[in-house]
Each structure stands twice: as C-alpha cells, then as structure tokens.
Write a new protein. Sequence first.
Lengths: 468, 203
Amino acid sequence: MGGQTLFDKIWAQHVVADLGNDTALLHIDRHIMHDLGGPRGLADVLAKGYRVRNPELVFATPDHAVSSAPDRTEDTNPTGGKFLRDLRRYAAQTGVRLFDLGQEGQGIVHVVGPEMGISLPGATIVCGDSHTCTHGGLGALAFGIGSSELVHVLATQTLVQRKPRRMRVRFEGTPQAGVTPKDMILFLIGRIGAAAGTGFAVEYAGSAIRALPLEGRLTICNLSIELGAKMGMVAPDDTTFGYLHGRPFAPRDAMWERAVAFWRTLPSDTDASFDVEHEIDAAAIAPQITWGTSPQDVIAIGDRIPDPDKAADPDRRKAMAAALDYMGLLPGAAIEGTKVDWVFIGSCTNSRLSDLRAAAAVAKGRKVASGVNAWVVPGSEIVRRDAEREGLHEIFRAAGFQWRQPGCSMCVAANGEQVPPKARSVSTSNRNFVGRQGPLARTHLASPAMAVAAAVTGTIADVRKLGA
Amino acid sequence: MDKFTTLTSPAAVLLRQNIDTDIIVRIERLITLGRTELGPYCFEALRYREDGGDDPAFFLNDPACKGARILLAGRNFGCGSSREGAVWALMCVGIRCVIAPSFGDIFFNNCFQNGVLPVVLPADKIEALADVVRRDQQAHPVTVDLEHQAVRAADVAIDFEVDPGRREALLLGLDEIGVTLQREPDIAAFQARDRALRPWIYF
C-alpha cells in the first residue's frame, strides 16, 4: 500500500463511523458562524428541540450584513443590526462565543479563524460559507456547508460526507516581481477551468507554495472553490507554526510542543499518490485580470480580450459571448486601458495585513483618479488596528481611498454596499459572477497591487508599469 | 424532508455552463425573504429584461415549460456560494430534480438535504434528452425514477448512479440529524479517544 496524502490522514483521523460507499460520519473540530447563517442555524436547532452539542467548538462573528462605513453603528445597515442582535441572543442562549463589533475577533470569518488561532493544522473546520476552504492554508480540512448541514453540525458536531478524490497542484519556480498569490491561483483557474476541482480535495505544493508566507497560502486556498473544489490545502510547516504561535486560541507551552509534533506528521508521504496532478511554472505567470463572469475568464494584463468565435466548444462560445455582453467588452481589444469606476480592496481573499501593505506600497504618493470610488475594507478588527499602527490608513486616505470598518462589504454586497448597475469595478475579491457586486455590476478580479494601479490610473492597468 | 421516488413532468432546458448560486438567487433576497417566497427572484438576472419585463426566451417565461419540475442543465451547475437558498429558490419555481454533467459540491449536498435530486449524466446523454424535450416539452415529459435509477423521455432511457445512502434517505424521506443522533455513543467515544490524542482541539 502506498503512502497517504495530507488529506487522507486528516480524513481518517476524523471518521466517527464508516457509512460505506466512501461515505463517513466525520467529527467537526471547529464551526465558525457569521451573521447570516448563524442566527438562523441556532434558531433552527432550538426550534427542532436539539441542543448545541459542543458550543465551545463554535465561534461566531458578524461580517456579511454589517455596514463597513467608517462611522458605523450596528444599525447603519438596519438589516445587519437585526441579524446581529439575533446572533447575540442565540449565542448567549446556547453558549457560543461571539466576537462583537469593535472587539478583537470581529471580522470576516475566514480572516478571523486563522488570526485568532481558532483554525489549526489537521483540524476539520466548517462554516456556512463556501470560502471556508481558505483555512486549508494552515493544513486544515476546511469546507463550506449549507444551512441544513450547519444545523447538523450544531446538533451532532459531525457531518455525513462523501470522500472526495485527491488532486495536487504543484507551483514550481519563482514568480516574477509584481506577481502575487492571487495571480497564481487565478492563473491556475484560467488554465484548468472553474469545474476542474469539482469532487476533489486539492493540495497545493511545490517550491513556490513552500516559499509563500502563510497569508499568501490562505489567498491560494481561498479560491479553491472557484476551481470547483470545496477543499484546498497546503501542508503545515515551520511557516505555519511560526504564524500560529502565540495566537489567542492556539495551544500554549507544553501543549503547543505536543501539537507541533503531531502536525509534523501530517504532510503527504513522499510515496502518496493523487488521482490528478497539475504542475504550473510560477515564473511564467504575469499579473492576472478577469474579463468575464466566471473566475476562469481570466487573462494576463498584457493580453487581449478573447474572441468567442475562436472557442472550439459551442457551449463555451455562447457563455463567452454572454459574458462579454454583460461586461460591456469587445473581443480582441486590449484589456489594459479599460476605464474603471470603482475599486474595492477587501474580502476573505485579500484583506489581510500583507495585502494592505502591498496595496499601500503602490498607493503611497499617488492619487486615486478623478471619478473613481476606491475603498479599502480591512478583513478584521485586528487587521484594522495593525494597519493603523503602521499608518497604512493614512497612506490610503492621503491617496483618496476610503478607509472603512471590517466586514465582507462589497464582495458579496449583502450589506447594501453595491457597485451601481453597469459600473466597472476592479475588486480584490473572489467572484465576478453576474450581479455579485450588485445588479448589472461589472467586476474584474485582480490582486491588491493591481487594484491600486486601477484606482490611480482610472483604468485597468499593469502595476509593473507604474514605476517607483 | 419530502420523499423523492418517481417524478414525471415536462423538463426545462438551461445548458449554459457554470451557473452559479448567485445567479440562481441573489443574497439580498435571502436576507429579506423567507424560503418559500423566493419564486419571483429565482434566476432574476436571466429571466427579466433590463426594463423589468419578462424575457420570453427564458424557461420560466416559456409556456412550453409550464409545470416543469425537472431541469436539464450544463456543466458545474450550482457552483460558487454555499447558499442553500439556491435550492429553495429552485423549489419555489417547482424544480425537484436537476440533471447536469457535474454540480458544485456544496450545492449537490444541499439538494439532498431538501428532497431535491441532483442527477449526474454525461453531457451527450443530456443533449439527447434535450433534443427529445425541445421537440415538444408538454408532449415529451421526462420521468426520473430514483428507485430504478433511470431517466426516460420518449424513446430515450438512461441509467444513472447515485450514492446508496443518499438514495435511501430520499426514498424514505429520512431526517439526517435524527439518524446521526442515534450514533451519539459513537460520537462520544470518538471525542474521548480523540481528546487523548489531540487535547488542544477541545480547550
């Protein structure tokens, strides 16, 4: 028998009962809840007469529906206020820990879990949000669930899951200057498609992944779901342990040493086999920008917008034509120079301190072009405080960006913060779907540095050409 | 959960690939509306024209698709957001079965939780079904027989695979939480074992 993958090891360690046919009842170590799914899930559990089985393993914070306005109160978005009060009430009633507005621990669930040390290597982590795959950057088995599954986890601390197949993607080599983890993962999705990962747990490996700081690995894993994979992961190593050590909910002292020794056994064995393997030359990747309405509709910044007539598959041709029509773009044109109305820097993909530092480095000494609305929304209260301690907020404000309060904001537009119809947005978020940032909004996904380049030029631009 | 045994109805055809759950239902509708009120907002970006009128080409506005409870769909249907509201919105417009070459993994699980059957068939088989259906939706209904794991329409008959546990749960209308709670001794035993192995997980 061959060796085991990282995924296989974590899966096997969490099987409560083998249900046959590759299906298992899995123990869930961490359940993170937000303000949309949380109150409803807790209400459902109580209404059905169940109890929250392990409230100490459940963590909640408002992110989706709260306003990101600089002077927000809980009722700046009234619907968000209602959800938050429900979340508070049910959390208190069931013993679930809540990180409230203004507290360390508040923020986008996928920023908060890692930074608080709630999310750990080797753990199973779920949340009623598809970007839960983000936490896989720590070497966890993390995935999004629906609201029925959420209630199942609250009531039983387990989930019935079918074992996915295993895919490994190796990024080898050194990326060029100006190329970020966001560009690496968008490039992969463009190369193999938005459905390539369906039914798989993806492990990202190779020298370019090993060289990435932990926050970059979180960005890579975040977009696994846009590849179709609900689980993405990176093997834990010293980078992981260095990031986690001393975080509020991470183990301490002797327990820390014991945990690290255990976590070192998790990486895939050298003779482990994967059902599918891909290799990407990281040095060949240029800064990426999406042109369509799926994350797979992506090109290098210097490329021309593709022509649907040149696509071989008739369904693909139709999808491309519909996407270009929605986006108001012409095939064959350069994407560089396309006029931009909005720039959004934030989301569970790219709102961590390293993202804001990269954005501020480009924004420093420059001005947002006239007619462009540019927002920076830090991912969490901790990110906000750390960024302000470094003066990043002053750099953004001086350049003409709005510096806002932590939450999901304009990535999902669930709090009323929307890109207007037909306005063009360059966004560091994860989805350029039809209507995602607001009805008829036109979203281009890019890295934080590329988003700032768009803001200061007023066009889709190559950050490498801005000069020092 | 409602049982699913055999379903015969006209089928609608929407073969566009990568239909995401955002386009099935916008998040703001899920915030303000109950799960049975989503019908008018299912596929709202596709079914209405910019002036707010119905787009007659979309299946929900097509009299030929009246009463359709089965949707023939493209690759990667239900990708993207985990929102279970996408399944509820489809249920609100009458859909109880989606047939596609592949599904978003989270959407796929959400379907089973609501008594909706997602059937995976190869794209060419779905094309064959669509060809039959398009000739006359009302005259050529599709039958999805979960017990015998078969899809039929006119002279086309295709077998499909489904996870045996999922199949049984749908046929019997089982409540998954109730079934799992019967395994409480297993869950308690797992935690006791695991607490010794990985104490840092349990605080």
